[in-house]
Design a protein around this ligand. Structure first.
Ligand SMILES: [Zn+2]
Length: 143
């Protein structure tokens, strides 16, 4: 399903069960984005040495990634929370977003930005995985 299709479905069926499925598909996108940042952060030190031009191109990657991560988080955590009401997931996601924001805007590229970004991406990844599991449990209760 393309992103635009997912958005269209969500906007017309906010309270239908399928919107929960769409929210969970955003969890998959969010997890993938976090993984992308991890790969990016871990490959940067090597890239700086091996291909400085490519490294400087990718240096501005975090602010862009942050916008995507924040948007996907809004689409997946807010509708899911209305179902599962687990504030710990929101807290973990907020922590992850805060770390990514500080890393993207408060520091120049360096070890600290990398460490904070990795911590933020890890928190977001766990939050998305937990959010997806909780949403699934609420939608299909054990019988
Ligand atoms: Zn990164």
């Amino acid at each position: 399903m393309r992103l635009t299709d997912a958005l269209a479905i969500r906007s017309v069926q906010v309270d239908q069960p399928s919107s929960a499925a769409v929210a969970r598909s955003f969890d998959v996108v969010g997890t993938a984005l976090s993984g992308l940042c991890m790969v990016h952060c871990l490959s940067m030190p090597g890239l700086v040495v091996a291909a400085p031009a490519a490294a400087s191109m990718l240096g501005g990657f975090h602010p862009l990634l942050l916008v995507l991560v924040a948007a996907v988080a809004g689409w997946s955590f807010v509708p899911a929370f209305r179902r599962h009401r687990d504030a710990r997931v929101l807290a973990l996601a907020s922590l992850g977003l805060s770390l990514l924001t500080v890393a993207a805007f408060a520091f120049d590229e360096g070890a600290l930005e990398m460490v904070l970004s990795l911590a933020g991406a890890t928190a977001m990844m766990f939050a998305h995985v937990r959010n997806r599991a909780l949403g699934r449990a609420v939608e299909r209760p054990l019988t």
